[in-house]
Structure formats: C-alpha cells, structure tokens
Design a protein around this ligand. Structure first.
Ligand SMILES: Nc1nc2c(ncn2[C@@H]2O[C@H](COP(=O)(O)OP(=O)(O)OP(=O)(O)O)[C@@H](O)[C@H]2O)c(=O)[nH]1
Ligand SMILES: [Mg+2]
Length: 635
C-alpha cells in the first residue's frame, strides 16, 4: 500500500464531542492527564493512530476546545492536513467553533470533514438547521464545501460514514514534502527512565533516519537521534507527515521546549523579523495600527511581535496587507509558512497570514523598494526570488549558503541560480565545488573598486610591478571569505581585467616588467632570507653563497622590497617581512617605560649584536622607537 502520511486534527467548541469521537474512531482515549479526567475536558493535545477502511494508518491530533487553551490547540493544528471540525447538534456554532475555523483558515488547512455530533439528543430537524448554520459559516473559508455529517457516539450512527469520508479526503490531500530537508516543530518533551529525552511532533518535511545528527533550533544545539517511533512502534526512518517520537542523545529535558524545532543542520536560519501578507479578521472592531504588540503563533511556538504595515498606517478589519513583523525572540521560518496572530491582552485570535520574506531588512513606511521585493518574493518565481537574496549578499555565496540565507527550498535556489547565470544576471565563480555565485551588479561593483585600488597603487608606486595579492585582498575584500576573494581575483585575471606577476597583480600593462629569470632568482634569495628569520644572511654572505654578482643581487633585493617580499633593514641586511612584524610586536610588548638596551633587545629576540643594532636603528627610522642615551623607548 502506498504510504499516506498525514495528520487529521480535531477542532471545535468545548464539550462538543471531539475526544469521544476520536475514541469512537480509534478506540483510544486521548485525554491522558489526571486533570482532564477530573474536569471532563481536554487541556493539552491528544494523539492516536487511525486505521482507515483501506488499511492505511494516519495520525489524529485531538485538541482542546476551552477558550483558555487555544494556544495548545494551535500547537496541534499547525501540522494538520485534514480538519475534523466538530459541532454539537444541541449547541450549534459557538465562539471556539468560529475561532478554530479561523485558525485552520489562516494555517491553510483546506481539506476537512464536519461532524455534527450528539444527534441522539435532538430532533432531526434541528440537525438540519445546525448543518445549514455550519454550511453558512464555512462559506469563504478554506473548508468551504466540506462534507457535513451527522454522528452519534451513543448509537454509533454516522461513524462508518465519517471514516469513509476521511479516507476519501485523505486520498486527495497534497502531502508534505519528503524531498525538503527535515523540519519537526516540537510539541512535547519528556524524559523516559533508562531512555532519556524524548521529543514529539509532526514531521513537516523531509525524512529522519535513526542515528542522524540534527539540531535544535533556534538555539543551534546539536542532537543525535538515538531511536525513532511512530504511534508506539519503533522505526528506522520516519517520513514527512508522520507523528514522530524521537529519543535524542546529548540533549537534556531542560534544553528543549515546545516551540523549538528539530532541524536538518544548515536548513533555515533563525530570524527576528519576517515580512508577511497579513489578514485582519473582519470581526475585529479596531484597525491594526503600526507598532501594535501581538502574539505570533508559528509552528508550535508562540512569541511576541510588533506589526508594521508596509503601505499605510494601519490594516483595516477584513483587509489583507503586506506587513513587517518584528519578533521579540527568534522564529524558524521558511518562505510560505502560515501563522496566526492573537491580540496581546485580552487574548483572542485576530488574524494571520503567510511568510513572504524570512530575512528582510528593517523597512520605513512606504518603502517602495521593499514593496517591490515583497511582490517578487510572493510571486514565487525562482530566478527573481533568488536574485532578491543574492543582491542582498555582500560577497559571493554557494547555493547552500544562499538557501540558508533565504529559507527558500534548496531545489528552488538551484533552479533560480541556473536561470540567473544563463541570463547573465549572476556569475558563477570557481570550477571546484562549491561554486560561488555573485550578482552581476555586485561583480561589477567589486571589479570597479579593485581597479580603482590598483590605479591608485600604480600612481603612487610607478616603479612597482604590482600589488601583493594579499594586500589587495585586505583592501577590497576585507570582509570576504579568503576562498571567495581568491576565486574572484582569478575570475578578474581570467577575463583580462588584471594581470598577474608571481605573487603580484597589476592593471594590464602597468607593471615594470620583471623577467621570469629574475622572478626565479628572487624566489631563491627570499627563501634564504625567510629561512633564518632572526639572523638572515648579509648581502655579502648571500652573494658568496649564491655565487652572484653583488650589483645584480642588490637589484633583485630592491625588486623584492618593492614587492613587499623583503624589508631593507640596512644596506647589508634584508629581513623577511613576517620576521620584522614579529620582532616589532615582541618589542612593543616588552619595552618598559624606562626603555630597552641593545643587549636586552638582543636577548629578547634571541640574536646577536650584529643584527640587534641595525634592527633598532631601523625601528628608529620608521618611528617605532627613539633613542635616549643607551636605551630605546617606544614612540
Ligand atoms: N449523547 C451524546 N453525548 C455525547 C456525544 N458525543 C459526546 N458526548 C458527550 O459530550 C461530552 C463532551 O465530550 P468530549 O468528547 O469530552 O468533548 P470535547 O469536544 O473533547 O471537549 P473539550 O476537549 O474539552 O473541548 C461528554 O460527556 C460526552 O460523553 C454523542 O454523540 N451523544
Ligand atoms: Mg476533548
């Protein structure tokens, strides 16, 4: 039998018969808490497997109807594929019937069955009236047109029909995406003796295998899956749409709560801000003003936020508008996620919406550019959406990094990047994986500032053959990843915008030419200097060691100095730049206010007087130190 992994969720006013209907369908009493038994009401979520007539097994989440526990209801409703809306025939549509329906609507639950319960208590005429009332209520909601079916758990009437209808609806539901990385909003956490921390929830996307390494977001805490279960049976792999219990190694109960998300590492970067299309319920009396503090319910998490409409000062009742939501704690959102908004106090459901941008910038009112980006992201076109995020980046990014930055589906990012590079709106850099992508606009920008840096360099140092790559990278790409800077420069060299001379780069034709033979000799000379950092060979010693003409050697050393590959300390002494930097640091770190003598300095850097004195004179020249009698002090 094909897997049909999905969740049916109850909804409806308190005492309308949700829990006993679930029991009639599954045989399981989902009210497990002592307080639930005592008060005869549901307080928290209940779970049971339901076998459909065709033999497939789906999960049922039973939610409480009491108005005080709507937040628990939402934590359950958030992963629901099929709604089982319950209305008691002897009570009709009541406040939480409406509120739960609104919540299902905001969460985008568009498949469902309505059960008119307790029909054994009333005349058939009244059942018909209640059915009409419900039909009217559903009009314009995501559940419009759902079957409305009379049942009684006392006589058993209607129960087989409900089962069949649930099966029919379940067959048509669009299932959760197994191809995405794993995401499981946690709805329960507990410890089992001898087993450890267990979390449960509906797997929203992907698959999870036993032994897999996941993380608990937004804290970013690593968690290894030690065992997996679905409805009490042990499993090696669990799939999107299933009710999962996961035993986690390396996590204690206090480290994780309802609302956290068990996530494939590298998927979905937590965010303090989202742009979203927000709908305000028409039943709400007041418009939603800029800066109003609200409760943001997303996944199994509730957090506080303030709402900022993008287009005007307020959202009127019944309106749907682009808004920015600034969150007081981090949420773990993907593009297209649904959420519910409740007022801060008194707490009622007032609206909801869809996440459009998971990592927006702070917008001012009437920010036209922000509105345009909003529309692009809402359109869901891969190339345009990916370009929005690529254009926000200040350095080249891999496809994986871009998926993380944007919270767009990895497959969509891949598709978008392909389209952008073939249309010339983005460049792909590097020929080893991971390839890095950069918007053509940023490419042109950075290319221009690279050329500008070099132009200035050549003007200042007409004799130089070019700028050391490392120095150029520090100037232009200071904030970039080293590899990104490297392959960007390679790309400029490849297109002929720059020229390379060993470790130097220049604008084309701007370098004083150094022959390959000279380059090779400089390598040999600087190698010898680098080899003995604190006591390099003198120029005479080098000339003898390499059997080289002193005049030629001096020219080579002058070029090496221009290339920042050697430092001239005296006419006889060249040091490696790294050695001089190191010695200068040691000197700065150890000179006391009364100064340092030549022999103290000699001991400090572990060399002889032959080197110590010229070095100190060099430091005097470059104004690191100055001489007072027998000692040097720091300037
Ligand atoms: N006569 C009759 N009583 C019913 C029927 N369905 C439910 N009841 C009764 O209604 C009461 C409430 O049922 P529950 O299933 O606990 O209601 P609920 O919707 O789960 O309530 P909350 O979870 O607290 O919102 C119980 O006393 C049930 O026995 C029915 O079909 N016929
Ligand atoms: Mg109940």
């Amino acid at each position: 039998m094909p897997r049909r992994n999905l969740i049916i969720g109850t909804a409806g006013h308190i005492d309308h018969g949700k829990t006993v209907l679930v029991k009639a369908l599954t045989g399981k009493d989902t009210d497990r808490l002592a307080e639930e038994k005592e008060r005869g009401i549901s307080i928290d979520l209940g779970f049971a497997p339901l076998e459909l007539p065709d033999g497939s097994v789906v999960g049922i989440v039973d939610v409480p109807g009491h108005e005080n526990f709507v937040r628990n209801m939402m934590a359950g409703a958030t992963g629901v594929d099929v709604a089982l809306l319950v209305v008691a025939a002897d009570d009709g549509v009541m406040p939480q019937t409406r509120e739960h329906l609104a919540i299902l609507d905001f969460l985008g639950v568009s498949s469902g069955v309505v059960a008119i319960t307790k029909i054994d208590l009333v005349e058939d005429d009244l059942v018909k009236l209640v059915a009409d009332e419900v039909r009217e209520l559903l009009e314009g909601s995501s559940l419009e047109g759902s079957a409305i079916m009379p049942v009684s758990v006392v006589t058993g009437r209607g129960i087989p029909e409900i089962r069949l209808e649930l099966e029919r609806v379940a067959r048509e539901v669009r299932l959760k995406d197994e191809a995405l990385p794993a995401r499981l909003p946690i709805d329960r956490v507990f410890t089992l003796k001898g087993i450890g921390t267990v979390v449960t929830g509906t797997l929203w996307s992907g698959t999870v295998k036993n032994g897999e390494h996941l993380e608990i977001s937004p804290a970013g805490r690593p968690a290894r899956v030690r065992s997996l279960g679905v409805h009490g049976s042990v499993r090696d792999t669990v799939y999107a749409g299933e009710r999962v219990a996961a035993n986690l190694a390396g996590v204690s109960k206090k480290d994780v709560t309802r609302g956290d998300v068990l996530l494939a590492p590298g998927y979905l970067k937590p965010t303090y801000m989202v742009d979203a299309r927000v709908t305000l319920l028409k039943e709400r009396a007041k418009p939603l003003k800029r800066g109003t503090r609200l409760r943001f319910h997303h996944g199994t998490r509730e957090l506080l936020c303030r709402v900022y409409p993008l287009e005007g000062a307020a959202v009127a009742p019944g309106e749907t508008r682009p808004c920015q939501l600034r969150l007081e704690a981090q949420a773990v959102c993907a593009n297209g996620d649904r959420f519910v908004l409740r007022s801060y106090s008194p707490v009622t459901t007032i609206g909801g919406g869809t996440v459009v941008d998971t990592h927006p910038r702070k917008h001012r009112l009437h920010d036209e550019a922000a509105l345009r980006q909003f529309e692009v992201l809402e359109s869901g076109e891969p190339d345009k959406s990916v370009l929005v995020y690529l254009s926000r980046a200040s350095e080249p990014l891999s496809g994986e990094q871009l998926a993380l930055e944007s919270s767009l589906a990895p497959a969509m990012v891949e598709k978008g990047l392909e389209a952008l590079t073939s249309a010339g709106q983005a460049a792909a850099l590097g020929n080893r994986a991971p390839v890095l992508y950069i918007s053509s606009a940023l490419y042109a920008d950075i290319k221009a500032s690279t050329e500008e840096s070099l132009r200035r360099f050549h003007a200042e140092k007409p004799l130089a053959d070019g700028m050391a790559k490392e120095i150029l990278q520090k100037k232009v790409f200071a904030a970039w990843d080293v590899r990104a800077a490297d392959i960007f420069l390679d790309s400029l060299l490849e297109e002929g915008a720059l020229e390379s001379h060993g470790k130097l780069v220049s604008l084309p034709g701007e370098s004083a030419t150094v022959t390959a033979e000279q380059e090779r000799l400089i390598d040999t000379v600087t190698e010898r200097i680098d080899h003995r950092p604190a006591a390099p060979p003198t120029v005479s010693e080098l000339a003898a060691e390499l059997s080289m003409d002193r005049q030629i050697l001096s020219e080579l050393l002058a070029i090496a100095e221009k290339q920042d590959r050697a430092v001239r300390v005296s006419a006889e002494l060249y040091f490696s730049p790294a050695a001089v930097t190191g010695i200068e640091k040691k000197l700065r770190d150890s000179v006391r206010p009364e100064g340092i003598t030549v022999s103290e300095f000699r001991i400090l850097i572990g060399t002889s007087r032959k080197y110590a004195l010229p070095l100190l004179e060099y430091f005097d020249r470059i104004k690191v130190t100055f001489r007072v009698g027998d000692v040097r002090k720091l300037r």
